[in-house]
Structures are given as C-alpha cells and as structure tokens.
Design a protein around this ligand. Structure first.
Ligand code: GUN
Length: 286
C-alpha cells in the first residue's frame, strides 16, 4: 500500500516560504512582487485556474492583476497587451493562460513575453537555460513535481524514470529535471510501442497524458513512485487523474492523488517564480 504524496501539504510549505520572502523583499527593497495573468476567451478550466491564482497571490501578499479578453481578440491586440506588461514596473511575472483560441498563434505570443518575466518558463530562452542546466524560470508543474520528491526525500539518483507524455508544459521539462537529478530517463508517448513494457521498468513513473485512468496496475512495477499529472473528467463526470489510483496504490510505494497531488503545486511554483523574478529586479539583475 503506497504512502500518499500530499500536494496540499507541500504546497502550504512552499506558500509559507513565498509569503515570508514577499514580506522580506517588501521590507528590504520596498518592492511588492506582481503577477499579471492574461485570459482570452472563456475556457472553464482556465477560469478556475486564474481565480485560484488570484486568491493565492493575495494570500501570499503579492500584487496581482487579471486581463480578461474576449474570444475574438486578435493576435495583434494580445501582442500589444503583452508588450505593455513587459515594461510595466508593477509586474514581475506575466502568465498567458493556455490554451489560446485557435486563431491566435501560441508560439508568437509565448515568444513575445520578455524572458525576464516569463514565470511560466515557456520562452525558448528559458527552455534553453533549463536544458543547459542553469535554469532561470522552471515551468511550474515540473518544478512542483521535483519539489514534492524533494520534500518527501525521494531519491532520484540512478533510478529509472519513465515520463509518459511529451508536452512542452510538462513531459519534456520534467524529463530534463529528472535527468539533471541523475535519473535514467525515458520519455514515452502515444506512438510508443508496448508502452506497458517500458512503464514497468520505472522506479519513478510520471503520467502526463491527459486520459482518465490510463495507467493501470499491470503497467506499474511493485514499489514504484507514481506521479499523476492528469486532471480529467471520467465517464461519470468525476475528477480523475491519468492513473487508476485505487488499483495502482496497492502496488506503488508512493503516489500522488487527484485532486490534492500535483495540482496545488503548479500555482505554488508560479508564486515562487514570481518572487524570484521580483528579487532579480530588486537586485538590478534584470
Ligand atoms: N494551461 C495549463 N497549464 C498551464 C500553465 O502551467 N501555464 C499556463 N500559462 N497555461 C496553462
């Protein structure tokens, strides 16, 4: 029976550190870290995320602003807003909520955010720094996963890590972070042949596929650490991860639940990155 990796507990720990850091920066430099979130259209999941973000910023003593734009906003209009935020001194972090409506080129927008305020870590400059091993902003979900492993003293060095999913937001960056922590890393995806054969090798299994209960117990090695990044609705409309939690928890040594696992960490690491950005501005490094 697996022990639970409690994302809410780790999150509370990180948010306390962030709140202390915000207070310290305000006292030492008179700067309040600020985060601007941009939401285009009305995706319900994004609405919830942005609302939670605002509340988390307030709780941590940060300045936060939201820019809600209609679905029909043009790429030029969105670029103009991003350019304005790039030079706004109150704003140390800029987050453009994904997905964007289909008529807007996501790559163009993410590249327009100055790398110095790119608290999502999505700009190619920050991706490059991460791959090179000197990260400035690590994207929030992968960063949160590594924090959870660290908090529970789960050793990664020399272990077989298997990441299922190759997105720019989670799969690719978490694979790089695990590699930097000296794991032997395999990335699997929808075209991987005999997926179960690969996942059964994993000491650490990260599931970031986006399909409810996709990872079944027969795909998991006895004693594996299982990290579930998925947030899906199953056929009954209930929230479900990418892992068949009830069955897999009997086999794993550690497991993250959904909800209450990776989810809360994403916003915590966003606050963390925003504080780090504000500190760099205060130190005149930006
Ligand atoms: N959509 C889903 N996850 C994320 C995230 O971490 N950042 C942004 N900007 N959009 C997302």
């Amino acid at each position: 029976m697996a022990e639970i990796i409690d994302g809410k507990a780790v999150s509370a720990h990180v948010r306390k550190q962030v709140a202390d850091g915000v207070k310290g920066l305000s006292e030492s430099a008179g700067i309040t870290p600020g985060l601007a979130a941009v939401l285009v259209g009305e995706d319900p999941a994004s609405e919830i995320y942005v609302r939670n973000k605002r509340k988390a910023c307030e709780d941590a003593g940060m300045y936060s602003e939201e820019h809600r734009l209609p679905e029909e906003t043009t790429e030029e209009e969105l670029l103009a807003l991003v350019h304005r935020l790039n030079t706004d001194d109150k704003v140390h972090g800029i987050l453009v909520q994904l997905p964007l409506p289909g008529h807007i080129n996501e790559t163009n927008i993410l590249r327009a955010v100055t790398p110095l305020k790119d608290v999502d870590g999505f700009h190619p400059y920050n991706v490059g720094l991460l791959v090179e091993g000197h990260p400035r902003f690590i994207s929030c979900t992968p960063h949160g996963i590594m924090k959870m492993l660290e908090y529970y003293d789960i050793d990664v060095k020399g272990k077989e890590a298997v990441v299922v999913g190759r997105s720019n937001i989670v799969g690719k960056p978490v694979a790089i972070l695990l590699l930097h922590s000296h794991a032997t890393v395999t990335i699997c995806h929808s075209r991987t042949r005999d997926l179960g054969e690969v996942t059964r090798r994993a000491d650490i299994l990260v599931a970031a596929i986006g399909r409810a209960s996709f990872i079944t117990a027969d795909m998991v090695k006895e004693g594996a650490v299982v990290i579930d990044v998925g947030i899906n609705r199953n056929e009954q409309g209930k929230l479900a991860g990418d892992v068949d939690f009830e069955a897999v928890k009997e086999k794993a040594s550690w497991i993250t639940p959904v909800p209450g696992g990776v989810g809360p960490m994403t916003i915590s690491m966003l606050l963390w990155n925003t504080l780090e950005s504000a500190k760099s501005f205060a130190a005149g490094k930006s």
